[in-house]
Design a protein around this ligand. Sequence first.
Ligand code: ATP
Length: 439
Amino acid sequence: MTTPALDPDLLDKVINLAKRRGFIFPSAEIYGGFRSTYDYGPLGVNMLRNVKQAWWRSMVQLRDDIVGIDAAILGPPAVWAASGHLETFTDPLVDCRRCKERWREDKIDGVCPNCGGTEFTEARAFNLMFKTQAGPVEGEGATAYLRPETAQGMFTNFMNVLTTTRRKPPFGIAQVGKSFRNEITPQNFVFRTREFEQMEMEYFVPPADADGWYRYWISTRYEWYTNLGIPANRLRLHEHAKEDLSHYSRGTTDVEFLYPWGWDELEGIANRGDYDLTQHSKASGVRLEYFDQQAGERYTPYVIEPAAGATRAMMAFLLAAYEEDTVEGETRTVLRLDWRLSPYKVAVLPLSKKPELEGVSREVLSALQPWYMCDYDGTQSIGRRYRRQDESGTPYCVTVDFDSLEDRAVTVRDRDTTAQTRVPIEGLVEDLRRRMTVA
Ligand code: ATP
């Protein structure tokens, strides 16, 4: 497959669009922003929810072997000691000797991105966890950490889930939520931030079946992205060489996406063996094992983990959907998002501000709102309003005009083809349902 050439300005264009339309704003912007943190605006919050919902649907709703949890973000040091994070969740930190900027050594190829300097201090291990204090007392007893991944909540709740749901391997526990890493160099918009959202699933299997499930999850997760509209020529699988694996991993494959700066990670799928359950068993004194009654044997399941970023995936979906094309001789920007990810599914647009149109437009809006996230826009020319919706990724616009008062019908405009169809108001919900069906 040939690698497509991307518009060199794509990243800037998407960042601009995200700000202009209300997907993603720099956080605390009125105070000059805050260290690569971002806020999700009215469109962004809908889209991010849709990304997480699409993941939850495929991982939990459509399966009978995976259940969800929502664990705490704050955790005691014991969890992070057992998981290995206190000891090894570090990146190599170097200081440029010329400009004093700090960098993650493995990301700069020996040249300071700030000043071009090539001399650095010795690398030292910098722990990425945010440390804080729980309660009003200071000191070691009060130390807590913000989780740097959601996975540990699934391991510490392994027994709770096993006994309450009566599952047996193979089964999985899924979680979506915020994680925090004190990244040395957050970069590339929301690709790498210090506060981000993850979508992780720990799939517990009999050790003998681990490799098969590892392969299964690699292809299942790859297909999730293509199914939601990322073209196959902008995705690839990258299997880590044995010598590059983390200490706990028996195999890791990344789903990589072609970002404007090149191929980079979107999601990692790892065969973690029995590392996590064994570590927590030893440290807590609770045996995190499964007793197979039929075979009469007790064993520690292996874990296959597909670990994705929700905010990073949202960025990839935005980048992949961004297009500029020409409609009636005019250039337009259009986000060709899969409708499941679109912030609004439908925009109701009264053709003019005349009060006669308001009543029927509001009636159409109320009929659609129980089914679809809708926008309502009664300002500016209809052409400009279509452009706004195209840029927002809204798949369908419903225009109410003066004829609507007579014929009780509206015009449905398709974002991608710009084709317009007259549809009776009475059959509108059904018409849209036919257009937006789950693939
Ligand atoms: P890297 O090596 O790039 O720092 P990682 O391999 O440590 O990342 P994982 O621990 O495997 O990342 O995290 C799983 C997923 O969580 C990543 O594939 C990514 O989508 C997301 N993720 C991890 N760190 C960040 C971050 N700082 N900002 C946004 N998303 C992140």
